[in-house]
Design a protein around this ligand. Sequence first.
Ligand code: SF4
Length: 430
Amino acid sequence: MKRALLLTLGCKLNQAETAQLAARLAQNGVELIGTSDGGEKVDLVFINTCAVTARAEAKSRHLLAKVARQYPEAVVIAAGCASKYNPTIKLNWLNIQFLNAVGGIDNWLNSDLNKQFNDLIGSDKNHFEQVSYKSTSYHRARPLVKIQDGCDHFCSFCIIPHLRGSTMRSQPIDEILTEARCLTDNGFEEINLTGVRIGAWGKDLTPRQTLFDLCQALIKIPQLRRIRLGSIEPWELDARLLELTVEGDKVAPHLHIPLQHTSAPVLKAMHRPVVEDELILLKSIRKRNPNLALGIDVIAGFPAETEADFERLFNDLKNLPITYLHVFGFSARRGTPAYTQVNQNSARIIKERARKLRELGAAKRAMFYNSQIGRTVWAVPDSATASRAWTTAVSENYLKLKMHCSKTLKGRALKCEVSYENGNYIGVIK
Ligand code: SF4
């Protein structure tokens, strides 16, 4: 039996795609190993790379070099955004002869890759072909379901449309429903919808559909207890969809919004619409359901950002009832307009503004967690095994709890009470 190690960097979409590949390989008789310690025999190492920031790209490069040293006999394949983004890096990797194939995401499952893999391992099988439905060997307790790819918006800082394509590609509803049913048949109670722009799901389908339509269809699957939405661009918030998150019944009371900024001049420079109405909308949503998790992505130190713009952003976020904040210090990506934009902020300013925002985020997060102590929530433990007494678990409103469960079932939600002990938020099973 051939053995493969699959590693992923970057976003949830990357994780979902690696999981699809893992399922295909497993169904085709390839044994998947779960660590990267080196030592054991491995035939294939597949790394799904990331290039969203310079740091992510550097991490991808280091990981490739590390596994190539650890597994000198293996076929090492780099796929994903970093392998597509930087041809010089590709060349370097090829020159030192540990990369036997480079493929962007669209090339993963092509016959060339299979032929190259087979030539190297002496096989004649199609290891990348889909045998039965793809989700059955997901290892995550809360599986990711890819529903969309591509983006046609071209924000001035973003490299994604150049790497994943600017054509919007929605998975047809029947395929998503089949995958969701397959997951529930295998005992999973929560699915996480993921994509580059899930708020635009369905707009390229005929007839045109919306994410609300998709959620309505998923809600009808009886064993599916929870549908969690991935990030939704502010201009794609749909009132009917928001209603489902406020109710928090099957659609998890959890919104993740890549706001990026709130100051109009900065948003204009980012090629993004203003967000004043959306800020009012989000405040009203949280007022109606104070237990709803509201996560926000922001970029600190964008080139056009003045001190006044930053103050505006900071105060708007302070006044917004967010429950967690993801802060990205601006990282210029070659090939985007922001890369050559004048008025770049210094690294020191970017770092300092990011630090202030992260402090604000930490304070907001603590406030939200403290407000949840004593509440009853349903949390899905991350560990699917019976051997670990302590595991982490994620509640419907995205509380990350420690949970003591010596025996549980993969993917099942457990009723628990939130408590706080010795610096940890605990889910005490009821
Ligand atoms: S909408 Fe999102 S994925 Fe599309 S260009 Fe803007 S930041 Fe990138």
